[in-house]
Design a protein around this ligand. Structure first.
Ligand SMILES: [Fe+2]
Ligand SMILES: [Fe+2]
Length: 198
């Protein structure tokens, strides 16, 4: 069997769907490498800053690693702006959706909200509410998102900062996307892991 027999989903049988499941599993194994390739695409986007989007992503991930953060945090820092390619108006939600099955709940929440939290640094200059983060006051991950933005994101536009290359992070990205999706031991609902370890 090389293709399914049906042309409308409702006409497929067990053999068709077993065949597709097999194909989909093989396809999902390539997610990490497709994301790494997409990060290189980021390099072409969003001119005007002093560094490229890929450079920004690598700086953020490098800062996370140098802060002693764990793999979930480092991979999230690397991928937090990957939504800029296809979802410029909700890039934070887009990246969080990619990460959510494979990282701690804490980490995907922070990625999802980082756009709102970042406004504190520039909202006043673009007619947006700088205090949009106040919507989340009291949330258990509020301080984590504030730290993510302050230590890794808002400062990672610096051409003088020496970051690690993409290859350095590839194995971590593959490890994260090889996890069992939505495994409760991965999601660790409610668990907070510090961004910095002394
Ligand atoms: Fe962002
Ligand atoms: Fe960013």
């Amino acid at each position: 069997m090389e293709k399914v027999k049906f042309t409308a989903m409702k006409d497929g049988d067990k053999e068709d769907y077993d065949f597709l499941t097999h194909h989909e599993v093989a396809h999902t194994k390539g997610t990490a490498d497709r994301l790494l390739a997409a990060l290189v695409e980021l390099d072409e986007g969003l001119s005007g800053y002093q560094i490229s989007r890929l450079g920004h992503s690598l700086q953020a991930a490098t800062r996370a690693e140098r802060d002693g953060a764990d793999t979930d945090w480092i991979v999230a820092a690397l991928l937090h702006d990957i939504g800029d390619i296809y979802a410029p108006y909700n890039h934070d939600e887009y990246a969080a959706t990619i990460l959510r099955p494979f990282v701690r709940e804490q980490v995907s929440w922070v990625v999802e909200k980082h756009g709102d939290f970042q406004l504190v640094y520039y909202g006043e200059h673009v007619g947006a509410n700088p205090n949009k983060r106040d919507t989340y006051a009291g949330h258990p991950y509020f301080d984590d998102c504030a730290t993510f933005c302050e230590r890794w994101d808002q400062n990672s536009f610096d051409p003088a900062y020496e970051h690690l290359p993409l290859d350095h992070f590839a194995a971590r990205v593959r490890d994260v996307f090889a996890r069992t999706p939505y495994d409760p031991n991965v999601i660790q609902a409610g668990v907070r892991v510090p961004l910095e370890t002394p």
